[in-house]
Write a protein that binds this ligand. Structure first.
Ligand code: MLT
Length: 316
């Protein structure tokens, strides 16, 4: 019987599809330290971002033929090494776009009304300090008419743009490779195309009220450090749901302290799963534990796509 390891879990629908055609699906997690010793016992492995599959984990690949990445980023897999060892690597690049984009909108709407902060203090102080909290959380802002810089204009960036257009925001797209000139939108039965202006990266940094990042993990240095932060508008809002390290965390804390950055929505961190407590505790940070792709709908799509690709691969 072919064995598939779902080391970071798989939606029940995907597991069922695999089992129905005769795969054994193992969901007990193998720790990072023990992965190299056991990976060769499986015909396929599926991971999210938590499990790293590096060259050292693949030196004895045994019966391993395929690695499925549940999600977009392949930075946790040494794909080149795997392919030279004859192991197929694939990801599910479209399945979670709506989920990630909707988390950005949730962070943005939350930050615009200081909800991330109010939600921390209300349970502790709301009963005795209501009037003061009401003053403290006044002075929100509306999103309509604000400029939203979207850095990385692939599937997730475009999905975010569609949602933000619905909120009346002005879109400032930037992509290092290609920025489309129109955005195709579908709202219920209505579909239309919106023209998109082209921007340079610095123009986005300098003019946007809010900047959301949708780029792969950065190898050498943060995409946003002190010098990039200095180019931005005073009181800019930053959202990172891509990868930890895209915004330099120390520089961000300084910019939050000085008021240069009004607030930051962060779903991803350096050193996950042990992020720096300073960034999490900062009152200007709306933080979530890397849940961008975590909707029932996205996980169902991912589970089905993983299972289908593996079934096709083994022609089962
Ligand atoms: C992705 O790259 O799609 C996400 O980071 C997946 C995850 O949540 O692990």
């Amino acid at each position: 019987m072919r064995k598939i390891l779902a080391n970071d879990g798989i939606h029940a629908v995907g597991k069922k599809l695999l089992e129905e055609v005769g795969f054994e699906v193992v969901t007990e997690k193998i720790s990072q330290e023990n992965l190299a010793a056991h990976i060769g016992e499986f015909d396929g492995i599926m991971v999210r971002s938590a499990t790293k599959i590096k060259a050292k984990d693949l030196v004895n690949p045994g019966r391993l033929k395929i690695i499925g990445r549940a999600g977009v980023g392949l930075d946790n897999i040494d794909s080149e090494f795997a392919r030279t060892a004859g192991i197929e690597v694939f990801n599910t690049p479209s399945a979670s776009s709506k989920a990630v984009a909707s988390l950005v909108i949730a962070m943005l709407t939350g930050i615009s009304r200081k909800l991330h902060h109010a939600a921390r203090t209300m349970p502790l102080e709301g009963a005795n300090n209501f009037a003061n909290l009401k003053k403290m959380y006044a002075g929100g802002f509306e999103l309509e008419g604000k400029k939203l810089g979207i850095i990385g204009f692939g599937r997730i960036g475009q999905e975010l743009a569609r949602m933000a257009v619905g909120l009346g925001m002005e879109i400032m797209p930037y992509d290092a490779f290609y920025t489309p000139t129109t955005l195709n939108c579908e709202f219920g039965k209505h579909s239309f195309s919106l023209p998109l202006q082209q921007y340079e990266l610095d123009q986005v940094f300098e003019q946007a009220d809010v900047i959301s990042f949708h780029v792969p993990a950065q190898k050498d240095r943060a995409l946003v450090g002190l010098s990039e932060l200095n180019k931005m508008k005073n009181g800019v809002v930053l959202i990172n749901t891509s990868r930890g390290g895209i915004i330099d965390e120390k520089a961000l804390i300084e910019a939050l302290d000085s008021g240069k950055v009004r607030a930051a929505g962060l779903d991803v961190f350096l050193n996950e799963p042990n992020p720096d407590a300073h960034i999490l505790e900062h009152p200007g940070v709306f933080s979530t534990p890397h849940i961008g792709a975590e909707t029932e709908e996205a996980q169902t799509r991912i589970g089905i796509e993983l299972a289908t690709r593996i079934i096709d691969f083994f022609e089962m």
